[in-house]
Write a new protein. Structure first.
Length: 212
């Protein structure tokens, strides 16, 4: 049985075979029959490593958090997640440092970050929050929407996203406006030096073609 626990850049949960490279959670989202009954139960949307201290889990076990899976870190950030402070302590510290930037350091970092991210990732009614920006103004690692589908903006080109990986790169018009899927604060953290980990398919040498 393929569970509905693969996360796309919009933060939606899908039932597909591909697992991805990272895990995460938003609380207990499934019922006794392992069906998704809620999009989230907590503001704490985190991203975790697949293996930690040899712990083995039964996926969607009763009364346990619902394990979610992401293609890569860029996808998880776009969906509105941030690195786990336990299993990804180093990445969490890097994210906090980039998040703070020149602003004052928040007292309770995880709670402060989660509060801001929740407001930025979810619009009223529960849908995905997004905004428009010039492509050239965005840092490498941002996820955007172009012609109705998600793309990773990486090293000056766009890579079409899928659960299995990224398609061939497209050379975009940098002056074009795009819908930005990655929350504003996460984009600022990326711009401040937090480099998202991306799936190897976005780094594979491929022949570029000009976008139409």
């Amino acid at each position: 049985m393929t569970l509905q626990n693969r996360v796309d850049p919009y933060g939606a949960l899908r039932a597909v075979p591909e697992r991805g490279t990272l895990m995460g959670n938003r609380g207990i989202l499934h019922d006794a029959s392992r069906r998704i009954v809620a999009r989230w139960r907590s503001r704490r949307w985190i991203t975790c490593v697949l293996s930690f201290k040899g712990i083995r889990r039964q996926v969607f076990a009763p009364h346990r958090y619902s394990e979610l899976f992401f293609l890569d870190e860029a996808t998880s950030l776009a969906a509105g997640h941030r690195p786990c402070a336990e299993c990804q302590r180093g990445r969490f510290e890097e994210f906090c440092a980039a998040w703070a930037g020149k602003r004052s350091r928040p007292g309770r970092r995880a709670d402060a970050i989660d509060h801001v991210l929740h407001a930025e990732r979810v619009r009223e009614g529960g849908g995905k929050n997004s905004y428009e920006a010039l492509l050239s103004s965005l840092p490498s690692g941002t996820m955007v929407e172009r012609e109705g589908r998600p793309y990773l903006y990486w090293k000056g080109v766009l890579y079409p996203w899928s659960f299995a990986g990224y398609g061939g790169p497209i050379a975009p018009d940098p002056t074009s406006k795009v819908k930005v899927l990655t929350p504003r604060s996460a984009v600022r953290a990326i711009r401040a030096g937090f480099v998202p980990q991306v799936h190897p398919s976005a780094r594979a040498p491929q022949k570029r073609r000009v976008a139409r």
